[in-house]
Ligand binder design. Structure first.
Ligand SMILES: [Zn+2]
Ligand SMILES: [Zn+2]
Length: 392
C-alpha cells in the first residue's frame, strides 16, 4: 500500500476507529498466525477457506501453523486464553492483515486488510443489529452507498432440520451440481448454497427456504433484528441463500455490497457457539468484518493539503530551515525545496499538492519579509516575516 491507496486506507481506518469508539469498543491486536487446528475447527473443514485458501506451514519444532485467513477465530482464542471475557458484555475492534491463497485480481489480494468489531455476552437481537448499524454509520461517513442482505441460519436445532430438508432436496438434483458439491452435500450441505460455481443456478434458487425452518426463538430473534433495522431506517433485503462461507455462524447473518465491488464489502453475523466450542464459557457473540481493499475504490479523499513549500534561490539553506521550523512549530506541514529555479520549485509545490509556496528571494531577505503564493488562486502577497509567522 502506498500513495493514494495508502491515504484511502488511513482514512477508512480513522473513520472506523472513530465510529467504534462512539459505540464503546476497545482495540485489540492478535497474532497474525495461529495453530492450524484453530481454523480447521472453527471455520469448518468443508469450507473453501480451510480446504483451499490457507497459508499453512510448519515451524522449527514441527507444529502446523497458519497465517490467519480471518480475524474472529484468533480473537476468540486470544480472548479465552487472556481471560478477556470475565466481565461481560465485552466489545473489541481490530484492524490487520489477513491471508488467503486465491488467484490475485482486482480488489482481491493474497494479503488483504480487514476492519472488524465483535460483541461478546449479548444474546438476542440487539447486538446483531448494532454491528449492522456500525457498518451503516461507517459507510455513511465515508460516503459509500451500499446494499444490505440478511438471513438467519438458526441454532443447531433448526439448522439440523433445515439440513435434512436440503439434503433430501439436493439428492434429486445432484447431477446439476459441481463435483465438490456432490461431496459437500453429504457432510456439510449448507456449503452448497454458497458454492462459487453453483450459486447462481436455478436448482439452488429453488432450494428450500431457511426462514420456514427456524424454531420459535430463532424466528423471534430474526424478526427482532428486522424490526430494529426498520426502526433505525436501515434498508435491507432478505436473501434466503445467504449462509456465509464459515461454519461458526448461528442465527442472523448479513452481507454488505456496493456496485463497485463484485464480492461483499463487509459481512458478519451471530456466532453463539464458538467461544464454548474453543474451550471458553457459554458466551453469546456477534461481529462483522469489513474488507478494506474492497471499499478502497469507493473512498474519496481530499488530496489538497494545508502545507507550505519553501523556496529561496540563492538564499542559504540554514535561513530556509529556520523559517521551516517556525512553520512546523505552528503545526503546519512544511518542506524546503532544493530546486535551484523558482519555476521548478513551484512545479514541485503543485505536484505535491501544497496549498502555499513561501518564496524568499534577495528582496525578501533584504527586507526580512516573505512572499506567499496561494497555489489554488495564484494570488501572491508579501508580508513582514514576523507578521507571517503570527498569522499562521
Ligand atoms: Zn433455532
Ligand atoms: Zn458446487
Amino acid at each position: 500500500l502506498s500513495g493514494v491507496e495508502m491515504k484511502k486506507f488511513r482514512r477508512a481506518f480513522d473513520v472506523f476507529r472513530k465510529t467504534v469508539i462512539l459505540y464503546d469498543f476497545e482495540e485489540i491486536k492478535t497474532p497474525i498466525f495461529e495453530e492450524t487446528a484453530l481454523f480447521e475447527r472453527s471455520l469448518g473443514g468443508g469450507t473453501d477457506v480451510v480446504s483451499k485458501q490457507m497459508y499453512t506451514f510448519e515451524d522449527k519444532s514441527g507444529r502446523s501453523l497458519t497465517l490467519r485467513p480471518e480475524g474472529t477465530a484468533g480473537l476468540v482464542r486470544a480472548a479465552i486464553s487472556g481471560n478477556l471475557l470475565r466481565e461481560l458484555p465485552a466489545r473489541f475492534w481490530y484492524c490487520g492483515p489477513m491471508f488467503r491463497y486465491e488467484k490475485p485480481q482486482k480488489d482481491r489480494r493474497r494479503q488483504f486488510y480487514q476492519l472488524g468489531a465483535e460483541i461478546f455476552g449479548e444474546a438476542g437481537c440487539a447486538a446483531d443489529a448494532e454491528v449492522i448499524e456500525i457498518c451503516n454509520d461507517f459507510f455513511n461517513r465515508l460516503g459509500i452507498e451500499y446494499s444490505l442482505k440478511i438471513n438467519s441460519i438458526g441454532c443447531p436445532e433448526c439448522r439440523g432440520r433445515y439440513e435434512d430438508a436440503l439434503k433430501k432436496y439436493l439428492a434429486d438434483v445432484l447431477d446439476e451440481l459441481c463435483g465438490d458439491c456432490r461431496e459437500r452435500y453429504i457432510k456439510n450441505p449448507l456449503r452448497v448454497l454458497d458454492c462459487k460455481i453453483d450459486r447462481g443456478k436455478d436448482v439452488i434458487k429453488k432450494a428450500p427456504n431457511f426462514e420456514s425452518f427456524l424454531c420459535e426463538k430463532c424466528g423471534g430473534d430474526f424478526e427482532g433484528v428486522k424490526n430494529i433495522l426498520k426502526e433505525r431506517g436501515i434498508s435491507f433485503e432478505i436473501d434466503s441463500r445467504l449462509v456465509r462461507g464459515l461454519d461458526y455462524y448461528t442465527g442472523c447473518v448479513f452481507e454488505f455490497y456496493t456496485s463497485a465491488a463484485r464480492d461483499a464489502i463487509a459481512a458478519g453475523g451471530r456466532y453463539d457457539g464458538l467461544v464454548k466450542f474453543l474451550g471458553g464459557a457459554d458466551v453469546a457473540a456477534a461481529g462483522v468484518a469489513i474488507g478494506l481493499d474492497r471499499i478502497s475504490s469507493s473512498i474519496k479523499i481530499d488530496e489538497s493539503r494545508e502545507g507550505y513549500l519553501i523556496t529561496g534561490v540563492g538564499v542559504s539553506g540554514g535561513e530556509l530551515e529556520r523559517l521551516a521550523r517556525l512553520i512546523r512549530e505552528a503545526g503546519f506541514l512544511c518542506r524546503v525545496s532544493s530546486k535551484q529555479k523558482l519555476k521548478k520549485a513551484l512545479a514541485e509545490a503543485s505536484s505535491g499538492n501544497f496549498k502555499y509556496a513561501v518564496i524568499v528571494g534577495e528582496d525578501e531577505l533584504k527586507n526580512d519579509s516573505v512572499s506567499v503564493k496561494d497555489l489554488g488562486s495564484g494570488e501572491q502577497k508579501t508580508f513582514a516575516k514576523e507578521e507571517f509567522i503570527k498569522k499562521l
